[in-house]
Design a protein around this ligand. Structure first.
Ligand SMILES: [Mn+2]
Length: 381
């Protein structure tokens, strides 16, 4: 039996660093494209399910970023779900728990939601098709007081002959969560025991946005988010195509559907060559319009090189979805050529030279600021 395991669509998510807008650019333009990318990833995974001959798609929680998402987000989600040709099961997670405000029970959702979609808002066994069952462990509140997956597993008998059973859960597993005080942590030993005695044949999890499998047990896995959500993720952008049998055989294959990248880069800049190399490196990055880059720069530069560094990053910024540059580790040390570049004579030249000495030798920030201002004025002139 083959199905698609996914989770953490987080539809309606916004990202502050995409929303700032820039001079000459529509405010939130990257944000709008990011929202569309999440929907595109959903449509793409629907095509994966069709192409792979999957029996169903299970979404293990956090379909929506929040139960408070707007009707535009809900309407577009329903439109994306209409494109699916196989049954889709939506599990409420910690972002969209099955409380009184559950977005998937709202009229704007139920009115547009296509009939092949089932909301797993009540815990227990759900028959997808003859011989195929999904055991739902939905979140009912934002703060569950027990291991919801373990609770469901303990309530099960071994699956009947010929029935393949998939558990759908959401939350942190014990081997990844160091928080021993959290009563809701999912105990992997209980999952292993349920796999061993045939109560379930696969444990499909959501919550972790990076693709992950339990070491030595591919049948306990997080699919990760189908489109990146944060710079902290190691392997987002996938869905899992899972083959499982009642005999315990399993194959789990990640398929990439996400197209965005949230990247971190580091650059050391001490010379003009380093600046040219950084410029070339930013030029060579693939698909900058779908890349949110956090660039950390370190090094020691002259005033002219510091100005050049700003020019380089500012020239690239408009083509990136976001380009955040951290220059706190860049030290500026004016040299004699910086002073000569000001084109000053007499007392003014003398004063500039004293500022340069103070900035370089005493690392005086006020002197450096004053000199940088002179430099900008000289360039403007
Ligand atoms: Mn999530």
């Amino acid at each position: 039996m083959r199905f698609v395991h996914t989770a953490d669509w987080q539809l309606g998510m916004t990202r502050r660093f995409l929303g700032a807008g820039r001079v000459g650019q529509a405010v939130g333009e990257a944000q709008a494209r990011f929202a569309q990318a999440r929907l595109d990833a959903v449509a793409a995974l629907g095509r994966v399910a069709a192409d792979e001959g999957a029996a169903f798609v299970v979404v293990c929680g956090d379909v929506f970023e929040s139960n408070l998402v707007g009707p535009d987000v809900v309407g577009r989600a329903c439109e994306a779900l209409r494109s699916f040709t196989v049954p889709v099961l939506l599990l409420p997670g910690n972002h969209d728990p099955a409380d009184a405000s559950l977005v998937m029970r709202r009229a704007d959702f139920t009115r547009r939601c296509p009939p092949h979609v089932t909301v797993l808002d009540t815990p227990g066994v759900h028959e997808v098709a003859p011989g195929i069952e999904v055991v739902a462990a939905p979140w009912a509140t934002k703060r569950p007081l027990s291991d919801l997956v373990g609770d469901r597993l303990r309530a099960l008998e071994p699956a009947p002959e010929g029935v393949v059973r998939v558990l759908a859960g959401h939350g942190a597993v014990d081997v990844l969560s160091p928080d021993e005080q959290n009563p809701a942590v999912i105990r992997t030993a209980e999952c292993r025991a349920a796999l061993a005695d045939g109560r379930v044949h696969y444990v499909a999890l959501g919550d972790r946005h990076s693709t992950w499998q339990l070491h030595g047990e591919p049948r306990i896995a997080y699919s990760g988010a189908p489109e990146v959500t944060s710079h902290e993720e190691t392997d987002p952008g996938n869905v899992l195509v899972v083959d499982v049998g009642a005999d315990g055989a399993a194959s789990v294959r990640p398929v990439r559907v996400g197209r965005w990248t949230f990247a971190r880069e580091h650059a050391v800049v001490d010379t003009d060559d380093d600046l040219a190399a950084l410029d070339a490196r930013l030029d060579a990055l693939d698909a900058p319009e779908r890349t949110a880059l956090r660039l950390a720069v370190e090094g020691t530069v002259t005033l002219r090189q510091r100005a050049r560094l700003d020019e380089v990053t500012e020239a690239h910024a408009p083509v990136f979805a976001a380009l955040e540059v951290d220059t706190t580790a860049v030290a500026t040390r004016p040299d004699d050529a910086d002073v000569e570049a000001l084109g000053l004579t007499g007392f003014a030249a003398e004063a500039a030279r004293e500022l340069a000495d103070a900035a370089r030798d005493a690392a005086d920030p006020a002197a450096l600021d004053a000199l940088a201002l002179l430099h900008r004025l000289a360039v403007a002139r």
